[in-house]
Design a protein around this ligand. Structure first.
Ligand code: 13P
Ligand code: 13P
Ligand code: MG
Ligand code: MG
Ligand code: MG
Length: 381
């Protein structure tokens, strides 16, 4: 029997800045999902947060992109945003970019990762949720999990994984997909996903039978809104064990806090720090970017769990390294490559600042003639 796991998230406002979701807003969302569970629309749900992002994890039988499920998530976010407004929380309703819900939350602000599959006798999954970064942040760890035998021993050892995986890559700017096979096309794959601001891994399938293995939310809020509305803090679902990577192979890449785009004002590179739920909040320079990992078993559609996978001393060194990298990057202040490149700053408020300086510029030939004083005073209009 097919089951669908839907992880739908939105920033509907947060306490004391872009820090952390308020518990009353989580409770409001949970009430909406509890009612839907009672009515049988969903089988099970779990509501959580990472930083200022409210996360709805749901199981049901309706498949991906289902209007009832998306409508339910939208209602939950709306109710939570009402509470956020009432409490005067910061950026209440931040990611709810449109009032016109018509069957699907894609393109309206929330992030979505969904997969439908035949439940195995034991169906372990990991749900990753990150704050202060973007969907491309998953490119690096997903490549390592599903294509790098130095990370995933199963690629060598397990006959079911030995043929490799198919990577569906989305070009966020053109809205086009390409599917590349690993290991055969590994170098082509890396040529794309090494540009995580543009090319993002959307789905991964096991090659020998096309079973879905992973899915990432890939909404690009700034491209949707046409202006800076915060980062599209992403989520991902990964299936584990029995022909998929083992749980520990899925977590292993996060022992290296790689640099991701996001952090302060969505404008800086910083290390992705794996944390447990109690540290799922953003403080230093609105970060550093954080990721949580919750493990579940899906059993007859029920969510058994979660277990808080990064709440473990095994990731202490990764956290410590992340803090050292944070120190090092921060010392660059407003300079690249701590600050993002000009193309990636396009959707921040910085173009407004540059616009103001535009008519202060003088052609080099005129500048030499007029001299600096003139250039400062008369030459510019
Ligand atoms: P166990 O023997 O603990 O089940 O471990 C099996 C395994 O594959 C660990 O990666
Ligand atoms: P969020 O996308 O998490 O709301 O972050 C916005 C921001 O500007 C942080 O400094
Ligand atoms: Mg926010
Ligand atoms: Mg956020
Ligand atoms: Mg955001």
């Amino acid at each position: 029997r097919l089951v669908t796991v839907s992880v739908i998230k939105a920033d509907i406002g947060s306490i004391a800045g872009h820090h952390k979701v308020h518990p009353d807003t989580m409770a409001a969302a949970a009430r909406v999902l509890a009612e839907a569970k009672r009515k049988g629309l969903i089988i099970d749900y779990y509501v959580t947060h990472v930083g200022d992002d409210l996360e709805l994890i749901m199981t049901h039988r309706k498949g991906v992109d289902n209007p009832d499920i998306h409508g339910l998530a939208w209602d939950a976010f709306k109710k939570a945003a009402e509470v956020a407004k009432e409490l005067g929380l910061y950026a209440a309703g931040q990611d709810l970019l449109s009032d016109a819900f018509s069957g699907n939350v894609r393109g309206l602000g929330p992030g979505v990762a969904e997969m439908e599959f035949e439940e195995r006798p034991s169906e372990p999954i990991v749900v990753f949720m990150a704050d202060k970064t973007e969907p491309g942040a998953f490119n690096f760890p997903l490549f390592r999990i599903f294509a790098d035998p130095f990370n995933t021993a199963g690629l060598v050892i397990d006959p079911k994984m030995h043929d490799g995986f198919k990577f569906e890559v989305l070009d966020l700017y053109e809205g086009k997909y390409v599917v590349l096979n690993a290991p055969e096309e590994m170098y082509d794959l890396l040529a794309l996903i090494g540009t995580p601001s543009r090319y993002v891994i959307k789905r991964i399938y096991r090659k020998r039978d096309d079973e879905i293995a992973a899915v990432v939310s890939s909404e690009k809020l700034n491209l949707i809104a046409g202006r800076y509305v915060g980062k599209d803090d992403p989520v991902a679902i990964v299936r584990a064990q029995s022909g998929f990577p083992a749980l520990g192979e899925i977590l292993e890449p996060f022992s290296f806090p790689h640099l991701v785009a996001g952090w302060m004002r969505g404008s800086h590179w910083g290390p992705l720090m794996p944390v447990g739920l109690r540290d799922a909040k953003c403080t230093r320079f609105d970060g550093p970017p954080r990721i949580i990992a919750l493990g579940f078993n899906i059993t007859k559609g029920r969510l058994i769990g979660p277990v808080d996978l990064f709440d473990d001393p095994a990731f202490d060194e990764a956290r410590r390294l992340a803090q050292q990298i944070a120190d090092y990057m921060r010392r660059h202040g407003p300079f690249m490559p701590h600050r993002l490149s000009p193309e990636d700053m396009e959707y921040t408020t910085m173009p407004q600042v540059l616009e103001k300086l535009k008519n202060r510029f003088v052609e080099a030939k005129d500048y030499a003639k007029a001299g600096q004083a003139k250039a400062q005073g008369e030459v510019h209009e």
